[in-house]
Design a binder for this molecule. Structure first.
Ligand code: CA
Length: 228
């Protein structure tokens, strides 16, 4: 393990899956710490700082959600990527609401998981720095001055379009719930979600290379949207 390697804690009781994840992440240069239960995860966390946790929810001693609640309750904001079963939409939403940074549904591709891990680690770094300028691809968003450029060219956004994009930009890489977006734009989480869809479409028209195949402003079905 190199001095600068970021430490990833894999909390997963399925041993073959855990071994695959560990080998894949090691190959990407991460230092790996492993746990097969919530109890063992607590011990690993107490032993030394970690940069990110991959958290399976179905664990033998307790639900992984219990560990998530515990960490966030004591102010531990270590990025956490949750692993959930595909059918379990309600659990996924609950995990995000309780402070998980992201989720990957089983079965998942390793490339997808790696992308989510990189994104969550970036997000963790960003929280500490909080730059008023957010960049992704060829898009630059100056949140303080309310200026958005794409490939250096100004993009003209209406006030609501900017507010929507800014709300996503401050949590770039992370799914943002519909209610929070509605609140940010219309001042109420109970505003009509159909309006939100209209504005999402308008913003996509302005920021995406191909608005019909969005890669920057992506939907998180049953939850909200994410700026990638
Ligand atoms: Ca499991």
């Amino acid at each position: 393990m190199t001095k600068d390697a970021q430490r990833v804690l894999i909390i997963e009781d399925d041993k073959p899956l855990r071994a695959t994840l560990a080998a894949t992440l090691k190959a990407e240069g991460y230092a790996i710490v492993e746990a097969g239960s919530v109890t063992s995860a607590r011990q690993r966390i107490a032993e030394g700082p970690i940069d990110l946790a991959v958290l399976d929810l179905g664990l033998p001693d307790q639900d992984g959600i219990a560990l998530l609640i515990e960490l966030r309750a004591r102010g531990d904001m270590t990025p956490i990527v949750v692993l959930t079963a595909r059918h379990d939409e309600a659990t996924k939403v609950r995990a995000l609401d309780l402070g998980a940074d992201d989720y990957v549904t089983k079965p998942f591709g390793l490339a997808e998981l790696l992308a989510r891990i990189r994104s969550a680690l970036r997000h963790g770094v960003q929280l500490r720095g909080s730059p008023p300028v957010v960049r992704t691809g060829n898009l630059t968003m100056d949140l303080a001055r309310r200026i958005v450029t794409k490939g250096g060219a100004d993009i003209r956004l209406t006030r609501k379009e900017f507010d929507l994009l800014a709300e996503l930009a401050i949590d770039i890489g992370k799914p943002v719930p519909h209610e929070r977006l509605l609140e940010a734009i219309w001042g109420s989480p109970d505003a009509d979600i159909r309006y939100l869809r209209v504005y999402i479409g308008q913003v996509r028209d302005k920021i995406e290379d191909d608005p019909h195949h969005p890669v920057l402003l992506v939907a998180e079905p049953g939850y909200g949207y994410r700026l990638s």
